[in-house]
Design a protein around this ligand. Structure first.
Ligand code: PLP
Length: 374
């Protein structure tokens, strides 16, 4: 898909890219300035940092976790990673043994299963019900537990379908993890993108969960910093110590000046974040309405995240065909839902995190025209 988008763009086509998970926003100016100043002003920020991360960033993360998530950890229970993705890979390498089973609610971001497999463990897909807005459900998770189950991977709000786990379900999952002595890996990268009455809950904040939860988060989506590559993992000291060994021998540390900018982002005023989230909320409303105006397409409101995940089965073609037709004939890139595992078939994923509202209007006009020719 991405290769084809590139080809079309090189041939001069104006492709509206709604396929990737990149927010089409700029990193706030004060964060960019902090990164530039760090390079110019202090050698600390152009040399290796402590492998676990700059102390000032780990302090900032610990403060943020208390302030926003009610999660209490000390800076030595935090590892700064090269984005959430490297945190996930390292966590899987540190915690999983060959043959361990890991429960992954689906549809799911593909990297989870890949990291599990790369660690020699076995991804076990647990379908989320569409009628329940694709929110993970403790009863369904319980049905997939075996003596080999070692970990549950959560992503709330979720990619691709946006499900936000309710507080009752979160308590149910915590109970399950405790009863079966499971680790929980909680990827909270979309924590601020929650809409309507939904509320993000960090499972590590629930009683007894701090000792069995790895909380993963990062700056990529919240501060539009995908290319800066800063993320972090917070969790039990012994697990973090093992992760740190892998981290130190594989990557040494995350980029020093990006870590400084990340500390400034977390400690700084959060006004840019508030206006960004309110723009996202209106883009979400706009894209939902636009998609529902296409005959044969049904789009419910995602609880959170930055994607719409409409049902396109009414068009009479598969999601892969549909994504391809929309790219070739409308010059709008989307991802087919079946890329996201069981339950994703018959859907498309479209990113609504666009700076310009008119991009989404144009995309919808083109999709309507392309749909008329299917
Ligand atoms: N987690 C989820 C659920 C994502 O959708 C993505 C990116 O699309 C990531 C993590 C990657 O985050 P990072 O840029 O911090 O590696």
């Amino acid at each position: 898909m991405m290769d084809r988008v590139k080809q079309l763009r090189e041939a001069g086509e104006n492709v509206i890219g709604l396929a990737t998970g990149t927010p089409d926003f700029d990193t706030p100016a004060y964060i960019k300035e902090a990164g530039k100043a760090a390079i110019d002003e202090d050698r600390t920020y152009i040399t290796y940092t402590q492998s676990a991360g700059l102390p000032e960033l780990r302090e900032a993360i610990a403060t943020k976790l208390v302030r926003e998530n009610n999660v209490r950890v000390t800076p030595d229970e935090i590892l700064v990673t090269i984005g959430v993705k490297q945190g996930l890979f390292t966590a899987a390498q540190a915690c999983l043994n060959p043959g361990d089973e890991v429960l992954i609610p689906t549809p799911t971001w593909v990297t989870y299963a890949a990291c599990v497999t790369l660690a020699g463990a076995v991804p076990v897909f647990v379908p989320c019900r569409k009628e329940k807005s694709f929110r993970p459900d403790p009863e369904e998770l319980a049905r997939h537990i075996t003596p080999r189950t070692r970990m549950i991977m959560l992503n709330s709000p979720g990619n691709p379908a946006g499900g936000v786990i309710t507080s009752a379900a979160m308590l149910g999952i915590a109970e399950l993890a405790t009863k079966h002595d499971l680790l929980v890996l909680s990827d909270e990268i979309y924590e601020h993108m929650v809409f309507d009455d939904h509320r993000h809950i960090s499972i590590a904040s629930l009683p007894g969960m701090g000792e069995r939860t790895l909380t993963l988060n990062g700056l990529s989506k919240t501060y539009a910093m995908t290319g800066w590559r800063v993320g972090y993992v917070a969790g039990p000291r012994q697990v973090l110590r093992n992760m740190q060994k892998i981290h130190s021998h594989s990557v040494t540390c995350a980029c020093a000046f990006a870590q400084k900018a990340a500390a400034v982002a977390l400690n700084g005023p959060q006004d840019d974040l508030r206006s960004y989230i309110s723009t996202l909320a209106s883009r979400r409303t706009q894209l939902i309405a636009g998609l529902n105006s296409i005959p044969g397409v049904k789009c419910g409101p995602p609880d959170g995240g930055i994607f719409c995940f409409p049902d396109i089965s009414g068009l009479g073609i598969s999601d892969r065909e549909c994504s391809s037709v929309f790219l070739e004939n409308a010059k709008v890139s989307t991802l087919p839902g079946s890329d996201f595992g069981p339950g994703g078939e018959g859907h498309l994923r479209l990113n609504f995190a666009r700076r310009e509202a008119r991009d989404l209007d144009t995309a919808i006009e083109r999709l309507i025209a392309a749909r008329a020719k299917i």
